[in-house]
Design a protein around this ligand. Structure first.
Ligand code: NAD
Length: 475
């Protein structure tokens, strides 16, 4: 049992002013695995006060020292590998191999990348007789979702520390334990007290207190659109900067010359990874009409290679949904797909055979999907693929862009001109061509209703900086 009912404020674990707690459930077993504090507005006040007090010296810390700090954090993070992998597997239900190769690894890479980028990052620029100086934005409030328990906080934290911002973090209440390990890592790595503050609790109390707090200068939020709207409304009251990383309904365009078997595997991988609980999931698979039957056969043939089941089993590809509510949401979308006339190819409602305990879904594939159907327009956050067909590349691009979202896009095939045409014309923040390796310095963020701002690498650091122009300063 993980019982962490204290908050990490000003470099120490302190009692919350609230005695209420929130239970954390392992979604694979449906058993309670621990609890956290429900937190209070007063906890946020104390955390903001600590972050404000730490800001003047931390924002002026030598870059060399900040690089060392980030390197120390990366080292301590590596020392806690086993604990992180174990806890993410338990709290999220992520299969243990994925917890190690993706969840753990992504969190680590953000700290390493920030340390590397700081070595050449230009904080000043001389333009004629104007000096442009980039200064840390102040105290940042970070609010993160449950789907990548270390990646989501780490991308924000690495950028904030690199820029010299101090922070108050509120992780998702369903997956809080990885962030508690992050607090222990920062403590061990020698982060000055008050630079990092962790306040656990519900979104409606702690998240709301952060986004409306006058002592916070910038809110960096990752989560759903409706909560993003609330955060903007709160932040508007005192003109706080906001960065929003929101949802997606990303297209995967398969070209005519693609290897059909490889394309089918790519499509399954990008829709079922992390049980479909990925903001960049490729949930609309857009294929040439002429490839349809062969593609469906290839998907059916490949599906057994993506086993669903116990996250502790090294061979499991897909674990459960994070919660009962999330499972019910996914089920309702699967039912809606059939009701609105899409054809079920694989999966469907209910739990996979033999998995009665735990919030397990089936990898579900629909074809004959029209882009105005609910399953083609709304973010499901579950392993549900919608197959749509096209006759010309222009039509494929039109379907790909027919969404309010613009977070990511994928294109798979061989012809370089067509790959480039599709990649250039999808209106989204990150386009992936033929399954490359993750680039941790590529900007990450959304067009349209997928968000405002960018994370990762130097673009992420820029979010935590304000440019100041000093004009006419004698040299
Ligand atoms: P969510 O919006 O419900 O919660 C996100 C965070 O906001 C949590 O910490 C939650 O406690 C907090 N919160 C809830 N209500 C709040 C309020 N009124 N004020 C302030 N904070 C509040 O999202 P979720 O269910 O945790 O995550 C799923 C969503 O996140 C999906 O829509 C997904 O697309 C999106 N997401 C986006 C990205 C991205 O980078 N673009 C990454 C991951 C997830």
């Amino acid at each position: 049992m993980h019982n962490y009912i204290q908050q990490y404020i000003n470099g120490e674990w302190v009692d919350s002013t609230s005695t209420e707690t929130i239970e954390v459930i392992n979604p694979a077993t449906e058993k309670v695995i621990g609890k956290i504090s429900a937190g209070s507005k007063e906890d946020v006040d104390r955390a903001v006060e600590a972050a404000r007090a730490a800001f003047p010296s931390f924002s002026r810390m030598d870059i060399e020292d900040r690089i060392k700090l980030l390197e120390n954090i990366a080292k301590e993070y590596e020392n806690r590998k086993d604990d992180l992998v174990k806890v993410i597997t338990e709290e999220l239900g992520s299969p243990i191999t994925r917890s190690e190769q993706i969840q753990y690894e992504m969190g680590l890479q953000h700290f390493k990348k920030a340390a590397e980028l700081l070595k050449t990052f230009e904080f000043t620029e001389q333009r004629g007789n104007t000096l442009i100086k980039k200064e840390a934005i102040g105290v940042a409030g970070l609010i993160t979702p449950w789907n990548f328990p270390t990646n989501q906080p780490s991308t924000k934290l690495a950028s904030a520390f690199a820029a010299g911002s101090t922070v108050v973090l509120k992780p998702a209440a369903m997956t809080p334990f990885a962030a508690i390990i992050l607090a222990e890592i920062f403590d061990k790595a020698g982060l000055p007290k008050g630079v990092f503050n962790l306040v656990n609790g519900s979104g409606s109390t702690i998240g709301d207190a952060i986004s409306s707090h006058p002592g916070i200068d910038f809110v960096s939020f990752t989560g759903s659109g409706p909560v993003g709207t609330k955060i903007m409304e709160n932040a508007a009251q005192d003109i706080k900067k906001v960065s929003l990383e929101l949802g997606g309904k990303s297209p995967l365009v398969i070209l005519k010359d693609a290897n059909v078997k490889d394309a089918a595997r790519t499509a399954i991988l990008n829709v079922a990874m992390n049980t479909g609980q990925v903001c960049t999931a490729a949930t609309r698979t857009i294929i040439p009409k002429s490839m349809h039957d062969e593609f469906i056969e290839a998907v059916k043939e490949a599906l057994p290679d993506f086993p669903v089941g116990d996250p502790q089993d090294k061979n499991t590809f897909m674990g459960p949904q994070v919660s009962k509510e999330q499972w019910e949401t996914v089920q309702s979308y699967i039912n809606k797909g059939t009701e609105e006339g899409a054809t079920l190819v694989a999966g469907g409602p209910g739990k996979p055979d033999g998995l009665d305990k735990g919030y397990f879904s089936k990898i579900t594939v629909f074809t004959n999907v029209k882009n105005d159907m609910t399953i083609a327009q709304e973010e499901i956050f579950g392993p549900v693929m919608s197959i749509l067909t096209y006759e010309t590349i222009d039509e494929a691009i039109e379907i790909a862009n027919d969404t309010k979202y613009g977070l990511a896009g994928y294109v798979f095939g061989q012809n370089p001109d067509e790959l480039f045409k599709v990649a250039s014309n999808i209106r989204a923040g990150q386009i992936t061509v033929n399954n490359p390796k993750t680039d941790f310095s590529a900007p990450f963020g959304g067009f349209k209703q997928s968000g405002i701002g960018r994370e990762w690498g130097d673009y992420g650091i820029e979010e935590f900086l304000e440019p100041k122009a000093i004009i006419g300063m004698p040299s």
